[in-house]
Design a protein around this ligand. Structure first.
Ligand SMILES: Cc1cc2nc3c(=O)[nH]c(=O)nc-3n(C[C@H](O)[C@H](O)[C@H](O)COP(=O)(O)O)c2cc1C
Length: 257
């Protein structure tokens, strides 16, 4: 089993890395055969997104930035599970984690990580764990990742640290790692939520009307997702009532937001 850890802290061996290292130790106890690989975005060859829209409109292979993006995507595709970790910097993910998300924004249009299990790890000094983990998980979910566990780790200032707090944090880490590992072992295709079914229908409608030379149109067409009978990225058994409800709500929310 291969696990890739994408560490989004500019401090390569900072708190975020430290938390993920503990997760690696826990996973190794469960399965010593696990292959673990780290990508430290702080020193990865990933240039800042220029916002030129080339990847979205014409295809990621046309991106003018020649760097390690393609290799990183390949590593994510090859992994059985990916840990995405970021510190809370000013109530948000770090800028390098945000740049990583922007560089893979085309995957929100052309999701290609379906069924890929993810764990989201956020480290903080005090606040922001919940919504930063939710933000990260939302973007990854649009790319197709399934967040199996969200872990928030607090690294308080030295004078606030004590054994009870440390033990509590460690127990949480062990519990969330276990949750992630159990989901990694479960190979059944994920049953999509109502929101995910709705997202599929809305994207399908948008891309079926897109110009035929647009990368999104070509990708969705080639995947067979624009076919009338396709309800989701992969075969699902959604009931007729659910399908009807998804259809109605997708129509009603056409102009919303
Ligand atoms: C620029 C910057 C902004 C930060 N913003 C917050 C914040 O909004 N809330 C918070 O509780 N901690 C904040 N922190 C503390 C970090 O979240 C915390 O120390 C984290 O564990 C650092 O992880 P790292 O060593 O991997 O970078 C901030 C730290 C830095 C350097």
């Amino acid at each position: 089993m291969k696990i890739l850890a994408v560490i989004g802290s500019p401090r390569n061996n900072g708190n975020t890395y430290e938390a993920v290292k503990l997760i690696e130790d826990e996973l190794n106890i469960k399965n010593p055969g696990i292959e673990f690989e780290y990508v430290q975005l702080g020193s990865a060859n990933l240039k800042p997104c220029k916002g030129c829209f080339t990847c979205i409109e014409r295809g990621e292979e046309k991106c003018p930035l020649k760097d390690g993006r393609e290799t990183l995507e390949f590593k994510m595709q090859q992994a059985d599970g990916v840990i995405f970790a970021s510190p809370v910097y000013t109530y948000n993910v770090s800028w390098i984690m945000k740049n990583f998300l922007d560089r893979f924004a085309y995957r929100c249009h052309r999701p290609d990580f379906h069924g890929k299990k993810a764990m989201v790890v956020v480290s903080t000094g005090a606040v922001g764990l919940g919504f930063v983990a939710a933000l990260l998980s939302l973007s990854l979910g649009t790319m197709g990742f399934i967040t199996c566990a969200k872990l928030g780790v607090t690294f308080p200032p030295a004078h606030e640290r004590n054994d009870t707090r440390l033990k509590k944090e460690m127990n949480k880490l062990v519990r969330k790692t276990e949750m992630f590992y159990e989901r990694l072992l479960d190979t059944k295709p994920e049953k999509p939520s109502f929101i995910k079914l709705l997202q599929f229908v809305k994207q399908k409608r948008a891309y079926s009307k897109a110009p035929k030379d647009l990368a999104d149109f070509k990708f969705w067409r080639d995947k067979g997702w624009l076919a009338e009978t396709t309800d989701y990225y992969y075969e699902v058994r959604a009931g007729k009532m659910i399908k009807l409800l998804v259809y109605i709500i997708s129509k009603l929310t056409r102009c919303a937001g």
